[in-house]
Design a protein around this ligand. Structure first.
Ligand SMILES: CC(=O)N[C@H]1[C@@H](OP(=O)(O)OP(=O)(O)OC[C@H]2O[C@@H](n3ccc(=O)[nH]c3=O)[C@H](O)[C@@H]2O)O[C@H](CO)[C@@H](O)[C@@H]1O[C@H](C)C(=O)N[C@@H](C)C(=O)N[C@H](CCC(=O)O)C(=O)O
Ligand SMILES: Nc1ncnc2c1ncn2[C@@H]1O[C@H](COP(=O)(O)OP(=O)(O)OP(=O)(O)O)[C@@H](O)[C@H]1O
Ligand SMILES: N[C@H](CCC[C@H](N)C(=O)O)C(=O)O
Ligand SMILES: [Mg+2]
Length: 488
């Protein structure tokens, strides 16, 4: 592909060509990391949170880059044709899409503070239940008919994302659901994806280390509806969240087909629900018909996620009767209020991915009705992440659980004891056990008949990051081992 074809991606783009140079070279690929540049590549110089891509232009050219894309105002003198654009990240995403080629024909994205992975997974499962070749991309990785790969970022960077989408399309995948994280939306990682529908779950405190305030965080999430979905596309919005109204208004203003789901839903209306320990029985109304659903998942929030997923599936062509029937066979995403085992006396031990305040609150509240004894919770907070959430989570745990054990969760570059101290400052009476395996053993050792254990924060993760090393670690394995030891 020639450079001039790519320039056309952005109507405002200007091209600057140094005297005597070919202003229209053949472009073999695109990269925003100079270390990934190969001969013939276009290098996108991005101003990042830690570094400025402009300082790596020389490195990119040395590795064979034939052209550069940079912000209008980036101070650069480059010995190569340079495309100047207002938003280089959007240009990167759309160019990556153009270069990679195909993507699955029917793609949906879901955003929200909690529930994205679950909704993306459920949507894939509903599509698959009617025989569609379907995939999901998210925090837990990529699942398709031919793969189940562990993931790293919730929303991959655009170059990686479009390489993956092209591979999925080549494998025959026609339907794909993906998570739209606030970082991903803010950094235009999804700008090259052609979406058919979008979903919203809820909004709570998260990532306030990255976003200036909750309004900035909300606005990042809103980009899915205001900037990415085409006019008229279905927007499936959970109706019962404190932020549902602003999301509904923004989606309506953007000309989307707003379909709300939940107790206040107009598309899928939840009329009655009976929570049981490992399942919920719900009555849902859709288009004049009443559905009785037996959802085989613990945690009432999973019903909200299931409704958003059913809304997305129905809005992309699955017959309502089939979508509702599929809900009765859903499997939870790994580590989302997942029952890992029980003690001999029947006390359940769950692994859950709650690593933010509202999620922790929801999970602890979800198990209370089924706990005749005590709720025991083991959790920590990640290092190099929003510090403000630490005391908030300490307070929630102390208020909603009976026994609180504060431990480590990916301390990264921070001093683990200091992270724990920030949680403990708001968690009077909590026990501190830094070593996570030991904390889990101690918690399991305390369990009596009627108690419930929640090990929160790591969910599906398979490592513990301390400094810059990630050591193998799985809450599932540790809980299983502790239960086995407890049984002896
Ligand atoms: C804070 C953040 O989101 N950073 C993301 C961002 O990096 P950045 O642009 O800020 O990078 P930077 O390090 O400042 O460097 C600036 C530029 O110089 C380039 N560079 C740098 C070094 C070099 O030698 N050569 C070179 O060209 C970099 O490639 C980059 O383009 O853009 C990169 C490409 O898309 C991402 O990989 C990177 O994610 C980092 C690894 C990350 O940890 N992100 C997390 C916080 C994240 O995105 N999480 C969300 C949300 C999860 C959730 O919902 O809880 C996710 O979607 O996973
Ligand atoms: N609808 C919901 N409302 C409140 N809490 C939820 C909801 N869905 C999930 N949770 C909680 O959030 C945790 C993470 O769920 P999930 O992985 O589906 O969300 P996510 O939005 O993908 O999170 P992340 O941004 O960390 O990837 C769950 O383990 C549970 O504790
Ligand atoms: N996507 C989230 C996951 C956090 C998971 C938790 N275990 C932690 O390490 O804080 C993040 O990177 O902020
Ligand atoms: Mg996720």
């Amino acid at each position: 592909m020639r450079l001039h074809e790519l320039v056309g991606i952005d109507a405002q783009a200007r091209i600057e060509t140094p005297e005597g140079m070919d202003g229209n070279p053949e472009v073999a690929g695109i990269a925003s990391d100079s270390r990934k540049v190969q001969p013939g590549y276009l290098f996108a110089a991005l101003a990042g949170s830690k570094a400025d891509g402009a300082t790596y232009v020389a490195d990119a050219l040395a590795r064979g880059a034939v052209a550069v894309v940079a912000a209008d105002d980036a101070a650069l003198t480059v010995k190569a044709p340079t495309i100047r654009v207002k938003e280089p990240r959007a240009f990167l995403a759309r160019t990556a899409a153009r270069i990679a080629g195909a993507q699955p024909k029917t793609m949906v994205a879901v955003t929200g503070t909690a529930g994205k992975t679950s909704v993306a997974s459920f949507t894939r499962q509903i599509w698959a239940s009617v025989g569609l070749p379907a995939a999901m991309i998210g925090t837990t990785g990529v699942v398709s008919p031919s793969r189940n790969d562990y993931g790293s970022l919730t929303t991959p960077d655009p170059v990686e994302l479009h390489r993956l989408l092209a591979e999925l399309a080549a494998e025959g995948v026609t339907h794909a659901s993906m998570e739209a994280s606030s970082h991903g939306l803010d950094q235009h990682r999804l700008d090259g994806v052609t979406l058919q529908a979008g979903g919203f779950t809820n909004l709570g405190r998260d990532h306030l280390d990255y976003h200036a305030d909750i309004t900035d965080y909300l606005n990042a999430k809103l980009r899915l509806f205001t900037a990415l979905l085409p006019k008229g596309a279905p927007a499936i919005i959970f109706s019962d969240d404190a932020y549902s109204d602003p999301v509904i208004s923004a989606a309506r203003d953007a000309g989307l087909d707003v379909r709300t789901v939940g107790r206040g839903g107009n598309f899928l209306a939840l009329k009655r629900v009976e929570h049981q320990r490992q399942r919920q029985l719900a009555e849902v109304h859709h288009a004049g018909k009443i559905y009785e659903i037996d959802l085989p998942l613990a945690g009432d929030f999973q019903l909200s996620n299931a409704l958003v997923a059913a809304g997305l599936a129905i809005s992309t062509g699955v017959a309502p009767d089939q979508a509702m029937a599929a809900l009765e066979r859903l499997e939870g995403a790994s580590g989302r209020l997942e029952l890992v085992g029980t003690t001999q006396e029947g006390a359940p031990a769950y692994v859950d991915y709650a690593h933010k305040p509202e999620a922790l609150e929801n999970v602890l509240k979800a198990v209370r009705p089924f706990t005749t004894g005590r709720i025991v919770v083991v959790f920590g907070c990640g290092g190099d992440r929003d510090r403000g959430k630490r005391p908030i989570m300490g307070e929630i745990a102390t208020r909603l659980a009976d026994v609180v054990i504060v431990t480590d969760d990916n301390p990264r570059s921070e001093v683990p004891g200091e992270i724990r101290a920030e949680i403990l400052a708001a968690a009077p009476g909590a026990t501190e056990i830094g070593d996570r395996a030991e904390a889990i053993r101690a918690a399991v050792g305390l369990l009596k008949k009627g108690d419930t254990l929640i090990v929160a924060g790591k969910g599906h993760e398979n490592g513990q990051t301390i400094g810059d090393r990630t050591l193998p670690f799985s809450d599932h394995e540790q809980v299983r081992a502790a239960l086995a030891a407890h049984a002896q």
